[in-house]
Ligand binder design. Structure first.
Ligand SMILES: Nc1nc2c(ncn2[C@@H]2O[C@H](COP(=O)(O)OP(=O)(O)OP(=O)(O)O)[C@@H](O)[C@H]2O)c(=O)[nH]1
Ligand SMILES: [Mg+2]
Length: 359
């Protein structure tokens, strides 16, 4: 009797949970669609994707706007800790350490920056606190310049980029924005829906294909991700597409470990298309700060990551994580996302970025 009741209660709980999850899923989908509709309306108002991408320009002012929060935190903090000070004292160094950690530079990078300041003070090159900012900018720039990307896509037909990262970081959005960029450059882009975790994932990608004029290959939810990528690359080769951008899931239904699945995808890609994937780009949400460093370490255990994309820099004061990650892993940052719009993905420019952090 008790057992039966217990079972019934459990079944009820399970079905309530299922209904709740379904509700969440629908709400998520609705919100996403609303966002896309908004973006679409915005795009339709603008002259054309190509013009928009061209007009916005790469570099300086755009980064400045994007990292406003981080810059304000850093420059205001620096101004506060140096105001009225005549020399760089140990107490000032302690405050500086705290400031750099707060901007999410990470422990190792903060140490490197502090050592640079200490060296300059010891050599008597630096005694004016007002010059601190300039010195930090220089060192940040040299860290960022230390990981210049190698060109791996040129000459590859098709050039294949595999996008990896945990769920919600912005993989699919980044692929959509990149498709727009490549298409605007005259390249023919095929999008491969390797995220089969939920039906909405492929729909989201198909929608980007439609918007940007890119091609699309996807299958039903639950399909084997490696087999989707296999088919997509076959199509990419046979139909002579210039680029294949492969989406992957940030989580899986099966017990298969996500990183094992990525290894398999990578193997399969190489078997269909020699040298593929030519690039593996890890997408990281800048808002997650130090957690992004942890994620990088995890993914590096499975695949050789050839580039990073840092998204959502627009909303965070943790922009220092860009410096921290480069200093630690020496993996070049390829693009940064500074908003949800199609034009809000920019080639990473180390100099302009360092400048915009301290300007
Ligand atoms: N503000 C801001 N939002 C972004 C940026 N990039 C992506 N987003 C938003 O982040 C949310 C998640 O993006 P997705 O592209 O769906 O993330 P994903 O990594 O594909 O997620 P899964 O498919 O669940 O693994 C969406 O609402 C995007 O619009 C960015 O650079 N800035
Ligand atoms: Mg996605």
């Amino acid at each position: 009797m008790f057992n039966k009741k217990n079972k019934e209660a459990k079944a009820r709980q399970a079905s309530e949970e299922k209904a709740r999850l379904e509700k969440v899923r629908l709400a998520e989908r609705e919100a996403r669609l609303a966002l896309e509709r908004e973006e679409q309306a915005r795009l339709q108002q603008s002259p054309s994707l190509t013009q928009e991408l061209g007009a916005a320009g790469e570099g300086g002012s755009w980064f400045r706007r994007g990292v406003t929060k981080t810059r304000e935190a850093l420059t205001q903090g620096l101004a506060q800790l140096t105001v009225g000070k005549k020399e760089i004292s140990p107490a000032l160094m302690e405050e500086l350490e705290e400031l750099l950690l707060t901007a999410d530079m990470g422990v190792a990078t903060t140490k490197r920056l502090l050592e640079r300041v200490e060296r300059s003070v010891a050599r008597k090159e630096l005694n004016d606190p007002a010059r601190l900012k300039e010195l930090l900018r220089e060192e940040v720039e040299s860290i960022l310049l230390g990981a210049e990307p190698a060109e791996r896509l040129e000459g590859a037909n098709p050039g294949v980029i595999l996008f990896v990262g945990v769920n919600g970081v912005g993989k699919t959005t980044t692929i959509g924005k990149l498709a727009a960029r490549f298409q605007a450059e005259g390249k023919r882009v095929l999008l491969a829906a390797g995220d089969t975790f939920r039906a909405a994932a492929a729909e989201q990608l198909a929608h980007w294909a439609e918007r940007t004029g890119a091609g699309f290959y996807g299958r039903e939810a639950g399909a084997d991700p490696s087999s989707v990528i296999h088919q997509a690359l076959k199509k990419g080769l046979e139909e002579k597409w210039d680029r294949v951008l492969c989406d992957t899931a940030g989580r899986l239904h099966t017990k298969t470990n996500l990183l094992e699945e990525l290894k398999k995808i990578k193997r399969v890609a190489g078997a269909v298309c020699p040298g593929a994937p030519h690039e593996v780009w890890l997408v990281l949400d800048a808002n997650t700060g130090q957690n992004a460093i942890h994620q990088t370490r995890q993914f590096l255990k499975a695949v050789e990551v050839t580039g990073l994309v840092l998204t959502k820099l627009d909303g965070t004061a943790k922009g220092g994580v860009v410096v921290g990650i480069t200093n630690e892993f020496h993996i070049p940052i390829r693009f940064v996302g500074l908003g949800e719009g199609v034009e809000d993905l920019r080639v990473f420019d180390p100099k302009a970025f360092a400048q915009s952090l301290f300007d």
